[in-house]
Design a protein around this ligand. Structure first.
Ligand SMILES: Nc1ncnc2c1ncn2[C@@H]1O[C@H](COP(=O)(O)OP(=O)(O)O)[C@@H](O)[C@H]1O
Ligand SMILES: [Mg+2]
Length: 349
């Protein structure tokens, strides 16, 4: 996949900018604060429908203005794609793909695949579980439409179930109240199990790819990614997806039963994909706690390379690689490894 052209109007520090990009390496040079990261952010916005730096879209509007507009023209295996993202103070964000307005209630558009490698990446290893869920959701959403929809649905059900737990507490002593909660459980489980199974599968795949990449970057240690669902799922990994979903549904349901009193007391859903995590281990030891900064950087690089492989395997074409300030992040040998990888013909900005 290639990004041919980028147009920005009142986006961050740019009043107006039009650039044509090369199919290979594109290097942005400039002093601090000149707007290099802003360009990467705009490309990311067109690829994923979201900024990776902020969840508040109006922050992207140039100060003193009321609307921003961005347009990117991508060349894809299956045709050209024009992605337009605009946002105004009053009307919020609007997205058009090839001129057709998109329902942005589905949070992730997944129009074009980008992989970003930036200064904040160590968060994935060092940050809290929310950072890892965010990473994972973006990654899977970019290639699986079904996952995007399930995730949006899960969030909706979760919010409603939490509201019910909080506001309907007085009903819980009645048959009617517990029956209503049973219905919420069914819904949460049916979507939640699909989300968890997809996460389990993708983490297994990413682990395999990242392990191979890590071996090339750093000769020492075995890198592994492991899924840590919010409840113990034991060893219910199966090659049959349908069967796996069934097994996870049973476990998830059982867990909600077990937690029911506690949930009613606290008025919040205590188990499910919204509480998932994953771990990075090096030779079986948790990297978050025991690894050096250098090892963590190598692991993140391996993870990004794994993402590139993953996108190519799933989509049949390369993602666009966005590198923000890598020279400050990687030592010369890691950088050399990255260049070698890019030289396969991945478009890079
Ligand atoms: N909404 C905005 N409107 C106008 N300028 C902004 C906005 N958001 C950030 N900036 C400016 O953009 C610059 C940062 O750009 P950035 O892309 O991070 O720089 P760098 O080239 O160092 O990566 C800063 O000077 C900041 O003041
Ligand atoms: Mg920058």
């Amino acid at each position: 996949m290639l990004l041919e052209r980028l147009r920005l109007r009142n986006f961050r520090n740019y009043a107006s900018l039009d650039i044509d990009l090369f199919p290979g390496k594109n290097v942005l040079l400039g002093d601090n604060g000149q707007g290099k990261t802003n360009i990467i952010e705009a490309i990311c916005l067109c690829g994923t429908g979201k900024s990776y730096r902020t969840s508040r879209d109006i922050e992207l509007i140039k100060w003193g203005e009321s609307t921003f507009y961005t347009a990117s023209r991508f060349l894809r295996k299956n045709g050209d794609l024009l992605v337009e993202v605009a946002c105004s103070q009053e009307r919020g964000k609007r997205i058009r793909l090839n001129g057709v307005h998109q329902d942005t209630a589905i949070e992730y558009i997944g129009a074009a695949n980008v992989v970003i490698f930036g200064p904040d990446d160590l968060r994935i290893i060092k940050g809290g579980p929310g950072e890892r869920r965010r990473f994972l959701d973006l990654e899977i959403s970019a290639v699986h439409e079904g996952y995007r929809k399930d995730l949006a649905k899960y969030r909706r059900i979760l919010t409603q179930r939490n509201t019910f737990l909080k506001d309907g507490r007085h009903l819980m002593s009645s048959r009617r109240g517990t029956a209503a909660l049973d219905v919420w459980d069914e819904q949460l489980v049916s979507v939640g199990a699909r989300v968890m199974v997809k996460r389990a599968q993708v983490i297994e795949e990413l682990s395999r790819l990242a392990q191979a990449a890590y071996k090339e970057i750093s000769s020492r240690g075995i890198l592994e990614l492991t899924y840590r669902p919010s409840f113990s799922a034991g060893d219910v990994y199966d090659t049959d997806e349908g069967l796996m979903i069934k097994e996870w549904s049973v476990l998830f349901h059982r867990e909600l039963q077990r937690l029911r009193q506690a949930e009613i007391m606290r008025g919040v859903t205590l188990s499910g994909p919204h509480r998932d995590d994953m771990t990075f281990t090096l030779d079986g030891v948790d990297m978050r706690v025991f690894s050096s900064q250098g090892q963590q950087r190598a692991a993140v690089l391996a993870l990004r390379l794994a993402e590139l492989d993953f996108v190519r395997n799933e989509m049949g074409e390369d993602a666009i690689l966005l590198l923000d300030d890598v020279s400050s992040e990687l030592d010369p040998s890691k950088r050399a490894h990255l260049w070698k990888y890019i030289d396969r013909g991945i478009q890079t900005v």
